[in-house]
Design a protein around this ligand. Sequence first.
Ligand code: ADP
Ligand code: MG
Length: 210
Amino acid sequence: MDAATITTWMREIDVAMRAERDHLVQLDAAIGDGDHGTNMTRGFEAVVQALEGDGGSPPGKLLILAGRTLVSTVGGASGPLWGSALRSGGRVIGEQATFDGSQLVEVLAAALASVKDLGTAAVGDKTMVDALEPAVDTLRAGLADGADLDQALEDAAVAAEAGMRSTIALQARKGRASYLGERSVGHQDPGATSTALIVRALQKAVTRES
Ligand code: ADP
Ligand code: MG
């Protein structure tokens, strides 16, 4: 995998966010302030534009540029969280021209660590962590068990989608939805939903590039 993998990943995210914008808005309207779909769409549209203007940076630098772009274009909680996640992930592969599956695990693990560090959320708090952590764990376990990368990423995307659905039954303990207390139960978390889309986009991008 190389810089083109990252560019394709970000393009796939942009396409997915546009397609799911209204759904993400609805989910956030139920337990937040209704801006998640527009936040993510605006952010990843700007990321794709920034990457198009880049003159051949290595993949880690592209992730750092993507993260910086999210921080500067997204006002909601998801901007700084995904922004720091992508910057932390990018720093793992630094100036390398290419990266392999085990390095991809470390990129995603650093992204997850950064989200947890900044947002102080754990699995079960009804946030994006409920989708991202099972994806990272599943990808790591799959590759450790000898699965090929495409299969391990497929399993990771399925795990993220299961994590996303698991948020329906949870009471929010972080972010805006936590202000609702018990009334947040019964609604799928918007950030976990967009995170499942981001992991699915990665699976598509890697399958396409290989
Ligand atoms: P805002 O809540 O500022 O309007 P968004 O609507 O863009 O921002 O994003 C909301 C999503 O951000 C939530 O659904 C949740 O998944 C995620 N989120 C909020 N706070 C945290 C946190 N402290 N840690 C992890 N994720 C969080
Ligand atoms: Mg919101």
